[in-house]
Design a protein around this ligand. Structure first.
Ligand code: KIV
Length: 283
C-alpha cells in the first residue's frame, strides 16, 4: 500500500479552489481498486454501470442495492483512502425520501463509503435534502443520466438546445442549493459544462463534457478496453488490457493443448525414496 492520507471533503474543496483538477474513476472490484489506490486517484465511484461492465446486463436498470453493496465493500477493501461514492441504483431513491435515506445509509454502514451519488435535478431535491439530513454527502448527476435512458431517447449528448441547456443549468443550481457536495455532468456540451463550473461553488466533474470542469471522470472498463460491446467516443483508452488478457488466454489454450504448460516450475515433485516406498507398498 502507498502512504497517502485519506481523502476528505476539505481536501477536495481545497484542490478545487486552487484550480487543481480532481481525478475520478469508476471501480467495481478489489484487484482494480488496489491498483486505483496506488495511482492516487481522488474520488472512486462504484457506479451502477457495474450492471453492464461486470454483470453483462444491457442497461443499469436491473442492478439492486445488494449488488451495489457487495461491490462497494470489495472496492473499499482495495482503496481505503480514496473518497468513495456509492451510486444509488434504480428504484433505491425514486419511491420516497425514506427509501432514499435507508438505501444511502446502507452504503455508509455496510460498505464504509464516504458519500452517495444519485441522478436527477429539481425532481430529486427533496431526496438530496433528506439524505444530507442523515449526515450523508451527496453528489448530483445531470446530463445523460443512464437510469432515464428510455425517456432521454438513448445514450446521447444532452443539452444541445438553449432550452435543454437551461434546464441543466437550473438543475445544477437546484442541486447546489440543496447542499450537493459536487455535481457530475455526463455528456453535455463543453461550453455548458464550463458555464456551470464557473457559477458553481462546488466541484463540477466532467464525464465527456470537456476540459473546463473542476475534475474528470472516466469509466474503468472504457479506459482499459474491458467492455466488449462498445467504447463511447468520450472515453480514452489508456491501455488495451482486454487484448492483453485475450492474447494470454489464447496462449494458455495453445500451451495446454501442446503439453507445454505446466512446466517444471509450475508443479512439485516427491523425493525418490518416498516415491519408491509408495510403489513398493502398492506392489
Ligand atoms: O454508473 C456509473 O458508472 C455512472 C457514471 C456513468 C457516471 O453513473
Amino acid at each position: 500500500m502507498n502512504d497517502r492520507k485519506k481523502v476528505s471533503l476539505p481536501f477536495l474543496f481545497d484542490k478545487m479552489t486552487k484550480g487543481v483538477p480532481l481525478t475520478m474513476i469508476t471501480c467495481y472490484d478489489y484487484p482494480m481498486a488496489y491498483l486505483v489506490e496506488q495511482s492516487g486517484i481522488d474520488i472512486v465511484l462504484v457506479g451502477d454501470s457495474l450492471g453492464m461492465t461486470m454483470l453483462g446486463y444491457d442497461s443499469t436498470l436491473p442492478v439492486t442495492m445488494d449488488d451495489m453493496i457487495r461491490h462497494a465493500q470489495a472496492v473499499r477493501r482495495g482503496t481505503p483512502n480514496a473518497w468513495l461514492i456509492g451510486d444509488m441504483p434504480y428504484m433505491s431513491y425514486q419511491p420516497s425520501d425514506e427509501t432514499a435515506v435507508r438505501c444511502a445509509g446502507r452504503f455508509m454502514a455496510e460498505a464504509a463509503t464516504d458519500g452517495i451519488k444519485l441522478e436527477g435535478g429539481q425532481e430529486v431535491v427533496s431526496r438530496v435534502k433528506a439524505i444530507l439530513a442523515a449526515g450523508i454527502p451527496v453528489m448530483g448527476h445531470l446530463g445523460l443520466t443512464p437510469q432515464s435512458v428510455s425517456s432521454l431517447g438513448g445514450f446521447r449528448l444532452q443539452g444541445k438546445s438553449a432550452k435543454q441547456a437551461r434546464k441543466i443549468v437550473d438543475d445544477a443550481r437546484a442541486l447546489e442549493d440543496a447542499g450537493a457536495m459536487a455535481i457530475l455532468l455526463e455528456l453535455v456540451p463543453d461550453r455548458i459544462c464550463e458555464l456551470i463550473a464557473k457559477r458553481a461553488e462546488v466541484p463540477i466533474i466532467s464525464l465527456g463534457s470537456g476540459l473546463n470542469a473542476d475534475g474528470q471522470l472516466l469509466i474503468f472498463h472504457d479506459m482499459f478496453g474491458l467492455y466488449p460491446k462498445f467504447t463511447p467516443k468520450m472515453a480514452k483508452k489508456y491501455a488495451d488490457a482486454g487484448k492483453l488478457i485475450g492474447d494470454g488466454l489464447k496462449q494458455y489454450v495453445s500451451e495446454v493443448t501442446g503439453k507445454v504448460f505446466p512446466g517444471p516450475e509450475n508443479y512439485f515433485g516427491i523425493k525418490d525414496e518416498e516415491y519408491d516406498e509408495l510403489v513398493r507398498q502398492l506392489g
